[in-house]
Write a protein that binds this ligand. Sequence first.
Ligand code: NAD
Ligand code: UDP
Length: 312
Amino acid sequence: MKRILITGGAGFIGSHLCERLLNAGHDIICLDNFFTGTKENILHLMDDNRFELLRHDITREIFLEVDEIYNLACPASPVHYQYNPIKTIKTSVMGAINLLGMAKRTKAKIMQASTSEVYGDPTVHPQKEDYWGNVNPVGKRSCYDEGKRCAETLFMDYHNQNSVRIKIVRIFNTYGPRMQPDDGRVVSNFIVQALQNRDITIYGDGMQTRSFQYIDDLIEGLVRFMDTDDSVTGPINMGNEMEFTIKALAELILDITHSKSKIKHLALPEDDPLQRKPDTSYAKSLINWRANTELREGLTKTIAYFDRLLNS
Ligand code: NAD
Ligand code: UDP
């Protein structure tokens, strides 16, 4: 049994990770400032005496005694991370420094939730871990992309200079139950619009691509990767290798929901990446992991969740 700190634990991915590690018998400290996370996401865990909730902001120092840290705290939807860009980059950079300091002091193993956004608008396809990316340092997405890139640098430098045990995961677009209806990311937007028979808002012509990973696949990958040997640092890609256009995603959601919604095209946001697809052969060889959930299957479960939520 370990004492595990999960920052951003009340968010979408964090709440699933809290649940998974609590069920495995560990002591969980869930830390969150509730910027995009909610108490509802973790309400069902609160009665367990091995679960502890801390309202805290990772841009501020904190002293805890832990064995492992999963650093997930950071707004992830473009709408939310662009709301206060300076705060977003502080969260990635100052948050990383505070938590790496904790890992150094306690000798805890620490995982960073990095992102496919470190590849920017990629000129190499699919993206492998050795690709350095194509990122605009002064655009609308830079606070997130460059913040996450700097956090990766900090993780690697703490490892090389102070022997901190690190794990860097580059997470590709992930979806599932407990995304917020107003999160702003494409899967939740389209599902909520379809269930409410409102226009489906495709930005641009909808020919840009993404690869969508179901939450359960990611959680399995994160836990397996944390358990690898200390010599393994990553970065490692985690995402589903099936690539879809945004238009095809909209059509699939319309089909599953039998919605009367019409498709409406809006302007494409600045620096919106044209294509994105992970090469996950490293994860396959290292931890025998692949994101297996078909998009239709994962969407059906997610739609059922939102249907319950919107009707409650
Ligand atoms: P989310 O917005 O649901 O969760 C983020 C959580 O972090 C929220 O609970 C929020 O309140 C909390 N938070 C934000 N700033 C904080 C701060 N300064 N101090 C403490 N808590 C703070 O998003 P998510 O999809 O669950 O993403 C979790 C992590 O995974 C993020 O770091 C994100 O960058 C990364 N990631 C997610 C995806 C994805 O597709 N979901 C893809 C790549 C990377
Ligand atoms: N998108 C869209 N309609 C929406 C929300 C997003 O067409 O209502 C597009 C967005 O322009 C991008 C893709 O869907 O091309 C994925 O967007 P998301 O914000 O989910 O994630 P990211 O761009 O960070 O991959």
